[in-house]
Ligand binder design. Sequence first.
Ligand code: SF4
Length: 68
Amino acid sequence: MALAKFEVAEDDCIGCSLCPERAPENMEMIPGGSVARVTLQPANKDQEQACYEAAEYCPIGALEVCSE
Ligand code: SF4
């Protein structure tokens, strides 16, 4: 089964830094910016799970699953 893919709704992201903390292999804050981005789509189940948790904990739902 294919791994899920994720994206940040940049207009909604409030730059709380939570998602890179939860999924550091897949997310980062844009340097000098206040928005997160996906640097690498999950390449294994552990990374996928970390991204799902990051999405779950995002306070405003700006980290979205774009395909599963
Ligand atoms: S957890 Fe949500 S609001 Fe916080 S940086 Fe990530 S996408 Fe943005």
